[in-house]
Ligand binder design. Structure first.
Ligand code: ARG
Length: 462
């Protein structure tokens, strides 16, 4: 047991209590952030005349040595320490002696852990941001390649009207773009530095909080020390943004699973992203998409756990808050994994243009357009709806598509039909006549793709 306190205790901590309380098993992952924060703190202490330059040099060299040794495996972070802060401080004191004991001047583990977690999460938000960007690129390239790949658009999972694969993918681009923007919003709001908040009420030392905030790349210090040590909103916002993003990925995964099924065969997942069955030799399963769908629950779970953990906590720091870490880490790791795998699966997936078009044609997705044809020839829409309904019934009986029905059959039901009906209900016409902003028609879709490309290029600038 190595802990930073004990002076006012007359008995040893019970081993079970120690184990229950300790956080080293999971907070060891932000050792680098803990050291980085300590270096900034020490630089500030020396600048304010609270430490001598000599002490500062010794402490910083000691901290840097610990960082290098942990990184190259020479120093192990063992469970004999209560938490990562104790590990770093105790190792420092072991290595450099007395100056090491001054590291914690004007600081509490409460503001220290708040800082470490923010530094860690800030780095993770950058990685997540980059992974969403990769996904957006993958979706954009499908959009640009498949402006003329016709497919059925669905409502109620029933074929509804023809769209294009580009248009369908465009819907996902919109979703992931919002996810991307949400991350950036969160980053802006979370980027304030809690260091210097002390245990809850600041300190009596003349700390320069602007200086440390600046050294650590924050926009500025947090403005209330009680909030500084007990705000976990940014984690809840992040879990919430990741939950929404996972919901989008999960919907997409569900579609990939359906599209990859034997019945649909709209796509074929690459061998590298499929798995086999131990008993059925013919199987090629979409496990990756299923896992993405399944893991979505873990991220929702993290959001819920944090909301519940925080709801009854009085100001300021309470130990309940230690629970934020495992949930947040798990949700972040899960989201990162899912993003990377899904993007890889998408990039290597084969889209079966023939199957998609055939499905659109044989699902009467052009029935609305046949009715519109009649309306354009003066037939009231309600009557046109009835006429096309009869035509659909006839085609179902014959087992053919609307464009395979001979003209005389059309004319038996309505004399308004002419030879040009076939052109009016071709997939190309049905899609390309839909030109309103946001519609699948080529013109509208090109406009949207240009907006998407601009978004990506502007994003890449920063
Ligand atoms: N392990 C603690 C956490 O994660 C660090 C802060 C401990 N502070 C304290 N007063 N016990 O929240």
């Amino acid at each position: 047991m190595a802990q930073l306190w004990g002076g006012r205790f007359t008995k040893e901590t019970d081993q079970l209590v120690y184990n229950f309380n300790a956080s080293i098993s999971f907070d060891r992952r932000f050792y680098a952030q803990d050291i980085r924060g300590s270096i900034a703190h020490v630089m500030m202490l020396a600048r304010q005349g609270i430490l001598t330059d000599m002490e500062k040099e010794k402490i910083i060299a000691g901290l840097e040595g610990i960082l290098t040794d942990v990184e190259n495996g020479r120093l192990e972070i063992t469970e004999q320490y209560e938490d990562i802060h104790s590990f770093v401080e105790a190792t420092l004191i072991d290595r450099i002696g007395d100056p090491g004991k001054k590291l914690h001047t004007g600081r509490s583990r409460n503001d220290q852990v708040a800082l470490d977690m923010k530094l860690y999460v800030r780095d993770e938000v950058h990685i997540l941001d980059h992974l969403i960007e990769e996904l957006l690129w993958a979706v954009l390239s499908i959009i640009e390649e498949h402006m003329d790949t016709y497919m059925p658009g669905f409502t109620h999972l029933q074929k509804a009207q023809p769209v294009t694969l580009a248009h369908h993918m465009g819907a996902y681009f919109e979703m992931f773009r919002r996810d991307h923007e949400r991350l950036r919003d969160i980053y802006k709001r979370m980027n304030t530095c809690p260091l210097g908040s002390g245990a809850l009420a600041g300190t009596t030392y003349p700390l320069d909080r602007d200086y440390t905030a600046n050294l650590l790349g924050f926009a500025g210090p947090t403005m209330n020390s009680m909030d500084g040590v007990s705000d976990r909103d940014y984690l809840i916002e992040l879990m919430s943004a990741l939950s929404i993003m996972m919901m989008h990925l999960s919907r997409f995964a569900e579609e990939v699973i359906i599209w990859n099924s034997n019945e649909y065969q709209f796509v074929e997942i690459d061998d590298a992203y499929s798995t086999g069955s131990s008993i059925m030799p013919q199987k090629k399963n979409p496990d990756i998409a299923e896992l993405v769908r399944g893991k979505t629950g873990r991220v929702y779970g993290a959001l819920n756990a944090l909301l519940v953990a925080m709801k009854g906590i009085p100001l300021a720091y309470n130990k309940d808050m230690q629970e934020d870490k495992e949930w947040a880490f798990d949700a972040i790791d899960t989201a990162k994994g899912c993003l990377a795998l899904f993007t890889g699966m998408l990039r290597t997936m084969n889209f079966r243009k023939d199957r998609m078009e055939d499905s659109a044609k044989h699902g009467f997705t052009n029935a609305t357009d046949a009715a519109d044809y009649l309306v354009n020839h003066g037939v009231p829409f309600r009557d046109a709806h009835g006429i096309v309904g009869q035509l659909v019934l006839l085609c179902i009986e014959k087992g053919i598509a609307l464009d395979e029905l001979p003209l005389p059959e059309y004319q038996k039901i309505s004399a308004v039909f002419e030879e040009d009906i076939y052109d009016a209900i071709s997939m190309e016409t049905c899609v390309n006549k839909r030109v309103t902003t946001g519609a699948p028609g080529r013109e509208a879709m090109e406009e949207a793709a240009a907006v998407y490309r601009k978004y990506m290029n502007e994003y890449l600038k920063d």
